[in-house]
Every structure is written in C-alpha cells, then in structure tokens.
Write a protein that binds this ligand. Structure first.
Ligand code: GLU
Length: 481
C-alpha cells in the first residue's frame, strides 16, 4: 500500500451535485490508481446551512454511485476543541491575534472599498493591540474573532498537479478570520487542520477552491504543518457554457437516480468530464479507469456537461448491463408506477425479466423503460388517437382483429416464431400482407404505435392475453362511431 491519502470533504448543505460527485470520483480513482486511502469527511461547521438530513443524503448518493470510502465519515463538528486549541497555539506563538472590530466597523470598511472599486482588505486594526486595550475589550465582554497574521509582502506559490505553479501576491490577501466569534473555525482553517490530522497527501478538489489555497498554505505554514499536494479539477459548465444550475435539468445525483440513470453510466460519464484515458475508448468501468488514472492527464479547461451524451451512455448501460442487475435497479421504478408489488415470486420475477429484456432495447433510462412497460401489466390502457384514426377506423379492422383473436386462441406455445407462423397463415387466409396486420395488432396490444418487436411482445404476453386484447380492441371499434 502506498502512503497516498485523499479525501472528499462535502458540506452537508444540499444534495450531492454532479460537480461534487465528480470530485469524489477523481479522489477515489486516484486512491485506487495509487493503492492509497480514500477518506470521507463532512465539513459541517457551517451550522446555519448544514443539516443532518443532507449528510444522510450525501452518503446515500455516494453509496449508490459505488464511491465507497475507506475511512470515515469524519465530522468536523466532532473536532471543535481541536481547532480551538490550534488557534490558541497560534495566538501564543504570535502568529494570530484576537480581533474585536465590530460588525458595523467592518461593514463600513467593506462599503468604502466597494465605493472605491477596490477589493476589501482588513486594515489590521487589531493586529498589534496593546495588552491594556485587549484587557479592556475583554472586560467589556466583547466576543473576538481570531485572525491569522499574513506576511505583508512576498508571494505564496501554489504548486498544483494539474495547473503547475500558481502565484498569489500576499499583499492581495488580508489577515483573514480563522475562528469566528461563536468559537467555530472557518473553512480555510478547519480544512488545513483536518488535512494534517488525517495525513492527507493530495488535496483533489474543485477549481473554485484554488483561490482559497494560498490562505490554506499560509495557515499550514503558521501551524508548522507540511503541505499536501494540490490538484484543482476544472469546473463543469452547462451546454451553453454558463454555470451549471437547476435550470439545466437534473444536477444532483439524487435527481439523476430518480430519472432512471444508472450509477455505472453516471460514473463512466463523470470520469470523462475533465479526464480521458489513452486512446479514444469511451466505455469503461470504474476499475478500468482507475487502472489508468493520472492527475497530470486531467484537463485544465472546464468540462462541458452534455445531457445528450449522458443519456446515450445510459441507454448503452441499460441495454448491455447484466439483466439481473438492471432488473434489480428497475424494481423500485416498477413498484412506484404501481406495476409490481415486491417481493416478487419466481414467476413474477421471470415475467419482469422478459419485459425488461425486451423493453430496454429501445429505452434510455429506467423511468422511460418502466413507463414503456406499463401495458405488459395493465390490461386497460388508452389507444393512441392517431393510431386509432389510422388503424382502427379502417374498413374491416374489427374483422381482422376478430380473426386474429380466434387464431391466437389456438396457439399454446409462447415463442415468437409461433406467432410469426400464425401471422403468415392468417395473412394468407385473409389475403392481406403481414405488414398490414402488424401496426393494427400493435395498437390493439399496447395502445401504442411503436414499441418492441411485435412477435417478441406477443411471446411475453402469451396467446391468451393477446387474444383477449384483440377482442377488447374489437369492442372499442364497435363502440366507436
Ligand atoms: N467543504 C468544501 C466544499 O464542499 C470542501 C473543499 C475542500 O475540498 O477543501 O467545497
């Protein structure tokens, strides 16, 4: 085993977003590629926005995707005393200080900076408070924040595995807050301490955190920690190259799950968002990607999210996946649509397998597959109005269906070839082409004008149901004008 240790550190403030899932995936791929350890940490120190149900949801989404962590989940909220102690150590060492500036004062400063179109930098008012003033503030009962002393000149260089060296002038950074007045650490401070105590070797995370990295490096330096390697993975943009948001459809893993996407398709698709294996292979499992995964092959430029490609990929996994796995994933959808009522006995299971095997050839996700399967379960359904006009309202349609129903009654063997032979015979008897009989039959059997191979569909339904549905259609035709 290598000493590589990576972590995924989501904040439980919402559902797992595709961007977060992709970050988790890249961490996992890197851990598997290097024989390292993948740690899960929950950044829950933002008390106002964090909620336990979001943590539960995050874990469920990660598990559903198969992004299995080796350690954790650790929670920041369980380590509050540790952050406090480190902050006090920095104060004792003269590397951080209490700041008593009031919220109004700071706000005024920020507004002034905005007016002058300058970035706001804390004016270091409390950096060198005398012992007397400190005491006075304490006696007044003011609750201080703790700020880190930032070097006034020089630069902080972030060495990133994907982007190379990125330089930040220290004069653009200010003495930022590491502990809030409510005693909780800020993100930049807590994460540095966590990465140290969890012996994280590589921080692989979203590009949006690159600008936080100099602050984190300065924290680490002050605390006397060694720095991890950094790798900031590119953003995921919407097809129109804007920020990916709700208006672009599903963006959370949970939404994708509900829409009937398969975890293996999402994993395969997300792997390609910013990374590509050698060659132009598009389909691979997580293990295959891990075998080749390297951080220096991650793109620097943003990845553009392409729903059509994800959907296409999902269709591939739906068709090609092991039938028992697809059926297992489909059962909750069939249940939600009221088509099955688990637990299924072996006969029901066998029927469901046949339905799924047939319908999955044409569908792109489990939800569509389920909806396209309803007539295998429901004997009553609406007929497509266009189909009715075209096929049912034709001279002689009822007679044809009556003849077909009678023929079906004589069949006992539910093989597609049995039905196709019977159709040959009946076509001859009626002096009609099989091509004429098929769309009419399909409409009578499913209410639809499109669907799986007709004889395959009949084989699944069986002669008895087929015959009954033909007669049902006759009744409908006879009742119509
Ligand atoms: N909680 C932070 C986030 O969700 C983690 C950032 C990091 O990986 O350092 O963005």
């Amino acid at each position: 085993m290598s000493n590589v240790r990576v972590r995924f550190a989501p904040s439980p403030t919402g559902e797992l977003h595709i961007g977060g899932a992709r970050t988790a995936l890249f961490n996992l791929l890197y851990a598997r590629a290097t024989g390292g350890v993948f740690v899960l940490r929950i950044d829950d120190t933002d008390l106002e926005r964090s909620r336990p149900e979001f943590t539960t949801g995050l874990l469920e989404s990660l598990r559903w995707l198969g992004l299995d962590w080796d350690e954790g989940p650790y929670k920041q909220s369980e380590y509050l005393e540790g952050y406090r102690q480190e902050a006090e150590r920095l104060i004792a060492e003269g590397k951080a200080y209490y700041c008593y500036c009031s919220e109004e004062e700071l706000k005024a400063g920020r507004e002034e900076a905005r007016r002058r179109k300058k970035p706001y930098l804390y004016p270091e008012k409390c950096r060198d408070l005398t012992a007397d003033r400190l005491k006075r503030f304490q006696q007044e009962g003011r609750k201080p924040v703790i700020r880190l002393k930032i070097p006034r000149d020089g630069e902080t260089v972030v060495t990133d595995k994907i982007r190379g060296k990125v330089r930040f002038d220290n004069c653009n950074l200010d003495d930022f807050i590491i502990m809030k007045s409510n005693g909780l650490p800020t993100y930049n401070f807590a994460n540095v301490i966590d990465d140290e105590r969890m012996k994280i070797t590589h921080v692989i995370r979203a590009e949006e955190h690159l600008s936080n990295t100099p602050r984190q490096q300065l924290c680490a330096l002050a605390l006397g920690y060694s720095l991890p390697y950094y790798a900031h993975v590119p953003m995921i943009l919407a097809p129109d190259r804007s920020k990916l948001s709700k208006r672009h459809g599903a963006t959370s893993v949970e939404q994708f799950r509900q829409e009937g996407y398969l975890p293996e398709a999402l994993i395969n698709y997300m792997t390609l968002l910013g990374w590509a294996p050698e060659g132009d292979r598009e389909f691979f499992t997580m293990a295959e990607a891990a075998a080749q995964f390297r951080l220096d092959r991650v793109n620097k430029t943003a990845a553009v999210y392409d729903t059509a490609k994800l959907t296409w990929m999902n269709g591939h996994y739906l068709r090609e996946g092991a039938l028992d796995r697809i059926v297992a994933l489909a059962i909750p959808f069939f249940e939600a649509e009221g088509l099955v009522n688990p637990p299924l006995n072996s006969e029901q299971m066998g029927y469901l397998e046949q339905v799924v095997e047939l319908v999955r050839q044409r569908e792109k996700n489990l939800l569509d597959l389920t909806r396209a399967s309803s007539y295998f379960y429901n004997n009553h359904f609406d007929y497509d109005p266009k189909g009715v006009k075209k096929h049912f309202r034709r001279e002689g349609a009822g007679q044809i269906l009556r003849a077909l129903a009678a023929k079906m009654k004589t069949l006992s063997d539910p093989e597609p070839s049995t039905f196709s032979n019977a159709y040959k015979e009946i076509a001859k008897e009626l002096q009609l082409s099989i091509g004429k009989l098929m769309p009419l039959s399909r409409l009578a059997l499913s209410g639809r004008t499109m669907g799986p191979e007709l004889f395959d569909m009949m084989a699944v339904l069986g002669p008895e149901k087929v015959s009954a549905r033909f007669l049902q259609a006759v009744a409908y035709i006879d009742a119509g004008s």
